[in-house]
Design a protein around this ligand. Structure first.
Ligand code: VG1
Ligand code: CO
Length: 544
């Protein structure tokens, strides 16, 4: 195997965000751009010679050529084996599982997740460590630092690999194994949930379902598990074929982007459960007949009912949520007397807590939920969790949600996103918020009296590492919160996220529309940050 060292020049913008390096495809197509970043990752890692790397992506445009390049670079840099999903496909949770199951050194996941795909859209690359989870900040900081000084990369002069054919191939001491991307994951799901009961509930017609794969990675997973293994009708899975441009849509599972699903779920012919997943299969949206379950509520409901699921029958060691996720799960943890951790946004912060056994379930408001079964959030897992709950409780989604609110109260919640704001304007908004923080505590805005106003900083309870500036929090005496943060996954300008939350104990108010209940807080958020005033926008780009 001929290995060559190619001279290169650094790019200055290879700083990974919330979840890997995400850029326009055209940025990745610049000479040596992908190669530089991959070499910067390899250069920052130690002792991987002869070890295994898992490789796959969500099938978006540029996935296939990127995989060929990475195969050649992994061979040149001394990895022993590559495990690749057939067709270059692996969902993010499936990749996490493969890393763990094969005791691999790590993995590279090619995805820009919920961002659109195609020639002029987004691509991304993310490194996961040996526990199967996203590289922690210490790693991603090192990748960036190395990318700024890189002067050459190594690549093997070997032929392209046939990634569509399952099987192994050796090139001297280097082994390339192409596997079925679904099989191991399906087996894992079978070990967590009661597939017998699910089959029965679906077969008898007690549960009907509709899963929208949004032309992204979960199509093949959903067809195998929901249709082939659990007996759902073939038309239960829509948009099931992964496409390089996701059919021109945002593969982002929310009511705005999963329109076909939303239309069906809010109609007289709605099935029992409607769900969708994102580009790389780690997000989930849960709906029932005429009801949308907020991700924050979904996490709380899962935590409250986890004992009904075979894998969690012995209870939960603890739970965690990202800071902007509503406090609904905190109430469940308090009533069960288990710890609840509050982490910064991004799944990488859950890894240590899961590894140390401090938590069993965790989630984010951004349609992400997961458990200790892998080290990523997991879309189909969440769908199976809900199916299993419905089957065990013999209740509709709406009944499960209402029962939960009656018992714990409702954390009325919404997120308003302002996308593609000019960076300087976004920075001025954040600066303005920051400058107000010292004077806000104890100020009263109508019924809302500020209890605290700060910038969230997190000290990891396992390794003591500290992450600062993780979002601006304004908490009120009555438990309400407004949170502001800038997105770390966008590729155009800046995205301001405003998270709004209000606690309602009174069951007679539980059916209120969230935007109506939160209207005072929405006004107050604008008064504090002036996003509309400063951008001239009249409305958020997306409301979830
Ligand atoms: C967003 C979400 C965050 C999530 C991240 C990756 O990040 O808010 O909760 O972990 O996307 O999800 P940001 O920085 O844009 O707010 V995914 O499905 O893109 O891997
Ligand atoms: Co994702």
């Amino acid at each position: 195997m001929q290995i060559v060292s190619i001279p290169t020049h650094p790019y200055t913008d290879q700083n990974p965000g919330t979840s890997g390096l995400r850029k326009k495809v055209t940025v990745f197509q610049q000479p040596d751009y992908l190669e530089n970043f991959v070499q910067a990752i390899f250069d920052s890692l130690e002792d991987y010679s002869g070890k295994t790397l898992v490789l796959g992506g969500d099938g978006r445009y540029f996935n296939r050529p990127a995989i060929q390049t990475i195969i050649k670079m992994a061979a040149a840099n001394g990895f022993g084996e590559l495990i690749i999903g057939q067709g270059g496909l692996l969902s993010t949770p499936a990749a996490s599982n493969l890393i763990r199951k094969n005791k691999a050194f790590g993995g590279l996941i090619l995805s820009a997740s919920h961002n659109p795909g195609g020639r002029d859209e987004d691509f991304g690359i993310k490194y996961n460590v040996s526990n199967g989870g996203p590289a922690p900040e210490s790693h991603t900081d090192a990748f960036y630092k190395r990318s700024l000084t890189i002067s050459s990369y190594k690549i093997a002069e070997i032929e392209d690999t046939d990634i569509d054919r399952i099987g192994s191939r050796h090139i001297e001491n280097f082994k390339i194994t192409v596997i079925d991307p679904v099989a191991d994951y399906a087996e894992l799901m079978q070990s967590i949930f009661d597939f017998g009961l699910l089959k029965q509930s679906i077969g008898s017609g007690f549960i009907t379902l509709l899963f929208d794969a949004m032309h992204a990675i979960t199509g093949p997973y959903a067809k195998r598990i929901l249709v082939d293994m659990l007996g759902a009708t073939p038309d239960s899975v829509i948009n099931a074929e992964p496409l390089e441009d996701f059919g021109g849509h945002h593969p982002d599972p929310n009511l705005a982007h999963a329109q076909e699903l939303a239309a069906r779920m809010f109609s007289p012919t709605a099935p029992t459960l409607g769900a969708a997943s994102d580009g790389d299969g780690d997000r989930n949206m849960i709906t029932g007949s005429n009801i949308f379950v907020t991700p924050s509520d979904s996490l709380a409901i899962m935590a409250a009912n986890a004992r009904l699921i075979p894998a969690y029958a012995y209870g939960l060691s603890g739970v965690a949520r990202s800071m902007p996720t509503s406090q609904a799960v905190d109430r469940v943890a308090a009533s069960y007397n288990i710890p609840c951790y509050e982490t910064p946004t991004g799944w990488k912060f859950f890894g240590n807590l899961l590894d140390a056994g401090k938590i069993t379930l965790c989630g984010e408001e951004s349609f992400g939920t997961g458990s200790n079964h892998v080290r990523e959030k997991d879309g189909l897992w969440a769908v199976l969790f809900w199916l299993n709950l419905i089957a065990r409780k013999r209740q509709s989604v709406a009944d499960i949600v209402h029962e939960h609110w009656r018992k714990f109260g409702r954390d009325i919640y919404s997120r308003h996103d302002y996308e593609a704001i000019e960076s300087s304007v976004a920075n001025s908004i954040v600066e303005r918020l920051r400058s107000q923080l010292p004077e806000l505590p104890s100020q009263a805005f109508g019924e809302f009296i500020v209890k605290y106003a700060d910038e969230f900083s997190y000290e990891d309870p396992v390794d003591g590492s500290v992450s600062k500036n993780q979002g601006i929090r304004i908490g009120f005496e009555n438990g309400s919160r407004i949170i502001f943060r800038l997105s770390g996954t966008g590729t155009v300008g800046a995205t301001l996220r405003i998270y709004l939350e209000k606690f309602e104990v009174d069951a007679s108010s539980h059916d209120q529309d969230a935007q109506v209940s939160l209207s005072e807080l929405i006004k107050l958020a604008e008064q504090l940050c002036e996003v509309k005033k400063r951008t001239g926008r009249t409305e958020p780009t997306v409301i979830t």
